[in-house]
Design a protein around this ligand. Structure first.
Ligand code: XMP
Length: 317
């Protein structure tokens, strides 16, 4: 019978056997899968595992510091890399969504490669690939194959000439969460919403600038914290804010303003392939709108996205 405890026991034993005294590198994203993979490998090989967590300048507000801190508390041997400026420089002026994804994916590989090569004699690249990722990348030849391959940094193993180890590649998401819980990972981390690899880069419609990242981080933090305070976070599959490339007229005191519009998005889904917009309470939306407009300099209008997938997608880019 499959239980998290038996899975952990047999996987740790297999990993010890397979990896021996070899050095392993793993990219952490702050997401559930890579975190569980990291903790599991840490149990098996301890300090022979080096984790790399890259700040691409497109993460949520305070995410890098907070997540890095919890990784350290979990006892992981983790290197945090501040690469914000590189990503922002390389994204300057780029408006096409696929082009943004390419730049972000390429920069990630470059940064990761440099850091990984600082590890003496690293032999293995560990990945938090789970079973649905495996199926999807063999059966789908459409955009989502690209999505997953970026998500799991496809291209990295070839470039780095490393052997790949994927301890979660037979598990479904709910099993990964159960294993994570049995490994002692906090519920707060295990219950996190999915977040796209390209991060806020594909939630800033049009070109990315550090100032737009700041505006969006502020608005997003208000929305996500609001969902948590109102006990709505766990009832939603994914939520976020989009910064639209539109200015609209507003009024503040007796001044006219001409500032940014953000769209709030919250969806229910099981796998991201289809999704329904969530009927959030009006009182909650009213509160969020007031708070965002009053607190975030540069935003004077908030709208709520009431589109389902298909035909809309979850992200706007
Ligand atoms: P869409 O917008 O296609 O999103 O309905 C479906 C799910 O996939 C996530 N997503 C991405 N994840 N790299 C990722 O790692 C990407 O380029 C990407 N694009 C979309 C999205 O957040 C949602 O969970």
């Amino acid at each position: 019978d499959w239980t998290p405890a038996s899975f952990i026991e047999s996987t740790v034993a297999q990993l010890k056997e397979k990896l021996g005294n070899d050095k392993v590198v793993l990219g952490l994203s702050g997401g559930v899968d890579s975190t569980v993979a990291g903790v599991l490998l840490n149990r098996a090989i301890g300090k022979n595992l080096t984790c790399i967590f890259v700040d691409n300048g497109l993460l949520r507000k305070n995410e890098f510091e907070a997540v890095l801190d919890s990784y350290k508390h979990m006892g992981l041997n983790v290197i945090g890399v501040d690469a914000k400026q590189k990503f922002w420089n390389d994204l300057a002026g780029i408006t096409d969504p696929e082009q943004k994804r390419k730049v972000i994916g390429r920069d990630f590989i470059e940064v990761f490669d440099v850091e990984a090569h600082k590890i003496q004699e690293v032999k293995w690249l560990a990945q938090g690939t789970i079973y649905p990722d495996v199926i999807e990348s063999v059966s789908v030849n459409g955009p989502s194959a690209t999505i997953k391959s970026h998500h799991n940094v496809g291209g990295l193993p070839e470039k780095m000439k490393l052997k790949v180890v994927e301890p979660l590649n037979l598990l479904f998401k709910d099993e990964v969460r159960r294993v994570g819980k049995a490994l002692g990972i906090r519920d707060e981390l295990l219950g996190r919403h999915p977040f796209p690899g390209p991060g806020l880069g594909i939630r800033i419609l049009s070109d990315v600038t550090p100032e737009k990242v700041r505006i969006l981080q502020e608005a997003d933090a208000i929305f996500i914290n609001g969902l948590k305070e109102w006990k709505l976070y766990d009832q939603v599959w994914q939520a976020g804010v989009m910064l639209l490339p539109v200015q609209s007229v507003g009024v503040m005191g007796d001044e006219r303003t001409y500032e940014n519009v953000v769209a709030l998005r919250a969806v229910m889904s099981t796998d991201g392939m289809t999704a329904d917009w969530v009927h959030l309470p009006y009182e909650f939306l009213a509160k969020m709108s007031n708070e965002i407009i009053n607190k975030v300099r540069g935003i004077n209008r908030v709208v709520y996205d009431i589109s389902s997938k298909p035909p809309a997608t979850i992200e706007w880019e």
